[in-house]
Design a protein. Structure first.
Length: 281
């Protein structure tokens, strides 16, 4: 997470935002708005598709003349080109803004007619887990956003388009296994395969039996075990070489996959004491 950075404030209100995830095609910010503003703020044009969900408080939204109350049981959607205004007659609020750039994840948004989003318990839990995921921004976070959008648009699994052919999933596997492509994110991977991230993610899970992010992490942990077994001792360098954001991320993923930390695995696979008959050098 990054240090809070100011956003241009509206009259009578102070708004700050902290970037939680920034990846190709998606940006997630924790936004806090304080002070009271009973009147409407100046119009603000929307430049990218965005979903906003509230964690605490409430406010009023005017989107091209359509006015709604936004609170934890009801978020809202933006499309590029819309003009919005806000009012905070009840005080401040704390919300999450997920901005999607370039139209890469916005197919479902085109069908939404109202800016209002009904937030049930599933969506609220998915929202709060998104902020705690600790996932790498290029895969885990993007898949979490796709799930968030699915829930926001009220798409049930039976209503989703059928997954693609197994060949698409297998090609994605090959690219992930390709050492040169190990750092490729989900959005870029979908572009290389001439697919959309949502279609690729759904197809991969259907044919492989796990999410793309889980499979990618499984491949990276397998490589980590090989490197440690071959004598690698610098865990920070290993984390960087395998494409983890930092050593803490590497530790979280390995513990989730193995139930052991990299340090413990290094101790288990390290050189055996002399004379134990193991044959290790």
């Amino acid at each position: 997470m990054r240090i809070a950075e100011p956003v241009v404030p509206t009259v009578g209100s102070v708004r700050t935002a902290r970037k939680v995830v920034e990846s190709s095609g998606v940006e997630i910010r924790a936004v806090e708005c304080s002070d009271e503003q009973s009147g409407w703020s100046p119009p603000e044009p929307v430049s990218a598709a965005r979903i906003v969900l509230v964690r605490r408080g409430r406010f009023r939204l005017d989107c091209d003349g359509r006015r709604v109350t936004v609170e934890p049981a009801g978020g809202y959607l933006h499309r590029p080109g819309e003009v919005v205004r806000f009012a905070h007659p009840a005080g401040g609020d704390l919300c999450t803004s997920v901005t999607v750039a370039g139209g890469v994840l916005t197919d479902g948004l085109e069908a939404a007619r109202s800016p209002s989003v009904r937030v049930d318990a599933r969506l609220e839990l998915a929202h709060r887990m998104l902020l705690r995921t600790g996932a790498d921004p290029d895969f885990g976070a993007v898949e979490a956003v796709l799930e968030l959008l699915r829930l926001a648009l009220r798409s049930e699994p039976d209503d989703l388009p059928a997954p693609g052919r197994a060949e698409l999933a297998h090609r994605a596997q090959e690219l992930i296994l390709d050492q040169e492509s190990s750092g490729t994110g989900l959005v870029e991977l979908a572009r290389l395969l001439e697919s959309s991230p949502s279609h690729l993610s759904r197809t991969f899970r259907h044919h492989v039996g796990m999410s793309l992010s889980r499979y990618r992490n499984r491949v990276r942990i397998s490589r980590a075990l090989l490197r440690i077994d071959q004598g690698e001792t610098d865990l920070a360098a290993l984390a960087a070489a395998l494409g983890f954001s930092d050593q803490a991320h590497f530790t979280r993923v390995m513990h989730r996959e193995l139930g052991r930390t990299p340090g413990r695995v290094r101790a288990l696979l390290g050189p055996a004491p002399a004379g134990d008959g193991s044959g290790r050098d």
